[in-house]
Design a protein around this ligand. Structure first.
Ligand SMILES: Cc1ncc(COP(=O)(O)O)c(C=O)c1O
Length: 368
């Protein structure tokens, strides 16, 4: 039910703040025949088969003492934290987990960003940052991206109560080097700097290697993209223990059991199957390079991407028109009706077959 459908009389029962909230709008999950969904950056590949095996065996262990769904899960998700810490080469005290990185980000905002000074993030970035800023009533300064759509490091020298950006950035896919991230960290020793690495496994370089040197760095990651587990909802944050302690305080003041038993079992299996993870990431990267070549041949400009999506525009066709025409053929891509990027489309990397179908439709359109 949308807010317009609810009378002011009935809205009187809401907390006043809820009337002014502008919630995040997730990419559509439409029910269309022959749908090709290239709009929410999910993986086109299945998760490691070991994930389903682990979930089924967790269910089959129901009768065993300690393993039943009758019982609450481990509030600390220790088995999962151990598996993640081993894969990331970090001590377990530097690992935090939550119900998707969206929840982890909410805890990050609550734990670090409720400050007198404004929070800084790029004017073009993940659309949940403005939503959480409103939710937590924060002052914000949006720092414009540079002309080439890269993050402008110099913009983060102004007074602030915290900094967050996605790297690779979303929806551009553009990657900021670790040297540049270090510049931001050094310029802001009294603010927490959050690097949201939802897409880092597709050719970027993780800032986790900087954690031991910077007591103000938080790195956030997810299993939703590179581990093909968007449906399981596992997100994580990495930082020095004093920052993890703040996140645990927030988590335990909100929901002590954010990860259920099946998610913990499946997550552990995913992190233990490193070979499968690396194979599917490489496959995605290869498909991305192929898609970029094909789009460029059709006259599209494509921003350099290190993500599992590309951001592209065509000099002679509007993005809104292309998106509408693709939709008629069952192909959904993401269009953001926002200044500076309204002529761009964000297209998720698919399988080779899916991309062939996309390119065929685009070729017809461009020729016409
Ligand atoms: C930059 C960025 N961060 C975080 C997320 C949230 O991911 P999840 O909540 O599935 O872990 C997304 C999802 O699209 C994203 O694009």
């Amino acid at each position: 039910m949308s807010i317009e459908q609810i009378s002011a009389h009935l809205q009187r029962l809401w907390s006043p703040e809820v009337r002014t909230l502008e919630p995040y709008v997730p990419g559509e999950q439409p029910k269309i025949d022959n749908l090709l969904k290239l709009n929410t950056n999910e993986s086109p590949f299945a998760p490691s088969p070991k994930v389903a095996e682990a979930i089924i065996s967790a269910l089959n262990e129901q009768a065993e003492p300690g393993n039943s769904l009758r019982l609450y899960p481990d509030p600390d998700a220790s088995a999962l934290k151990h598996a993640i810490a081993a894969q990331q080469n970090l001590p377990i005290e530097q690992v935090f987990v939550g119900n998707g990185s969206d929840e982890v980000l909410a805890h990050i905002f609550k734990a670090f960003f409720i400050q007198d000074k404004p929070i800084l993030y790029p004017d073009i970035s993940y659309s949940f940052y403005p939503v959480y800023s409103q939710f937590f009533n924060l002052n914000v300064v949006e720092v414009p991206l540079a002309k080439d759509f890269s993050i402008d490091v110099n913009g983060y020298q102004q007074p602030n109560g915290g900094i967050i950006f996605a790297n690779p950035n979303a929806p551009t896919g553009v990657f900021l080097s670790l040297d540049n991230i270090e510049v931001i960290l050094k310029q802001n020793p009294d603010s927490v700097v959050v690097v949201d690495e939802a897409y880092v496994d597709f050719g970027g370089q993780s800032a986790t290697s900087l954690i031991s040197q910077y007591d103000n760095l938080v790195v956030c990651q997810t299993t939703s993209k590179s581990r093909a587990l968007a449906g399981l909802r596992i997100g994580m944050a990495f930082a020095q223990p004093h920052l993890i302690a703040a996140l645990e305080r927030v988590k335990n003041s909100f929901n002590s059991y954010p990860l259920d038993r099946l998610a913990i079992a499946g997550g552990v299996a995913s992190f233990e199957d490193q070979a499968y993870f690396e194979r599917t990431c490489q496959h995605t990267i290869a498909n991305r390079e192929q898609l970029v070549m094909q789009l460029t041949a059709l006259g599209f400009d494509v921003l350099p991407s290190k993500a599992n999506f590309i951001f592209t525009q065509h000099p002679h066709h509007t993005a809104i028109d292309i998106a509408a025409k693709l939709r008629k053929t069952g192909i959904i891509v993401r269009h953001f009706n926002k200044p500076k990027i309204q002529n761009f489309l964000r297209i998720t990397i698919g399988t080779s077959e899916q991309q062939a179908r996309l390119i065929e439709q685009l070729r017809h359109m461009i020729k016409a």
